[in-house]
Design a protein around this ligand. Structure first.
Ligand code: NAD
Length: 267
């Protein structure tokens, strides 16, 4: 029998119309949660995401269409979700990337990457966490990156945003450390820091390394640069780790950042 330890809880996963976010939304639904999904996409993509999460199990599923570039749209989304069912589990996952040298980075890309990868998490957390504290249970899982722990060239705004979310998560973990109890599960804030995960986000970086060969050659070259296991992580594997962090018995796991990187940051 499936362990539905999130039954009766509500989760919001930002950027869950694709990739890692969609897989996390499915894992939380499989654990019994009611799930608010968010993210861009056409009607068909959003419907496919809703169907996938519904099929995974759990309670009701709805899409909330806030563009995370806009703090007012984020505030409206959080109020709408609160009216539906207050957020117990908040996964800040939405993220974008643009890889070029610092001096060539378009200013608009810097602003957008900081807004979506970092500031959006500040806004959802500031609006969701007081309610979690009152109820004595809350989980914030921020999807950072190995680039929250180490740098790579050509990724100035991405690395800055991911280091920023690691720091933001530590502050929030400290501020909410005493909320709730061991029995209620407490309020925790953690980061997952993946290396390479097989999703659309990294396709341009695979493409850039094909060197006249096929996609598999691009993947091999990408892994060989930094990920010692030479294996990609699957989105569902990140979903399983995110779900584990939401268990009651993880009440004292807070302020931590978990690399899932095949040894990348051990080097
Ligand atoms: P993805 O491109 O498949 O999905 C990104 C999601 O974010 C989509 O649902 C998209 O609609 C949403 N999004 C983008 N801009 C948005 C906006 N303005 N408003 C609302 N939603 C928006 O990417 P992914 O690989 O699944 O990445 C998810 C997270 O994981 C990101 O934060 C990324 O930095 C992080 N990450 C990915 C990898 C990897 O190898 N794929 C590695 C480390 C960290």
């Amino acid at each position: 029998m499936t362990d539905t330890f999130l039954s009766g809880r509500t989760a919001l996963v930002t950027g869950s119309t694709s990739g890692i976010g969609l897989a996390i939304a499915c894992s939380l639904a499989a654990a019994g949660a009611r799930v608010a999904i968010n993210g861009l996409g056409d009607e068909a993509q959003i419907q496919a995401a809703l169907d996938a999460v519904r099929e995974a199990g759990g309670g009701e599923v709805r899409h909330f269409d806030a563009n995370l570039l806009d703090p007012e749209a984020i505030a409206k989304m959080m109020a709408d979700i609160d009216g539906w069912s207050p957020v117990d589990v908040l996964v800040n996952n939405a993220g974008i990337q643009h890889a070029v040298p610092l001096a060539e980075m378009p200013v608009g890309k810097w602003d957008a990457i900081i807004a979506i990868n970092l500031s959006a998490a500040f806004h959802t957390m500031r609006l969701a966490m007081p309610g979690m504290a009152v109820r004595g249970f809350g989980r914030v899982v921020n999807i950072a990156s190995v680039h929250g722990l180490v740098a790579s060239k050509d990724k100035a705004p991405y690395v800055a945003s991911k280091h920023g979310i690691v720091g933001l998560s530590k502050v929030a973990a400290l501020e909410y450390a005493t909320a709730g109890s061991r029995d209620s599960g407490g309020v925790t804030v953690n980061c997952i820091c993946p290396g390479w995960v097989e999703t659309p986000l990294i396709e341009p970086q695979i493409e850039a390394r094909r060197d006249g060969g096929g996609r598999e050659d691009g993947v091999r070259a990408l892994l060989a640069e930094k990920q010692p296991s030479l294996r990609m992580t699957l989105p569902g594997e990140i979903g399983a780790i995110a779900a584990w962090l939401c268990r009651r018995e993880a009440h004292n796991v807070t302020g931590a950042s978990f690399p899932v990187d095949g040894g990348w940051t051990a080097q």
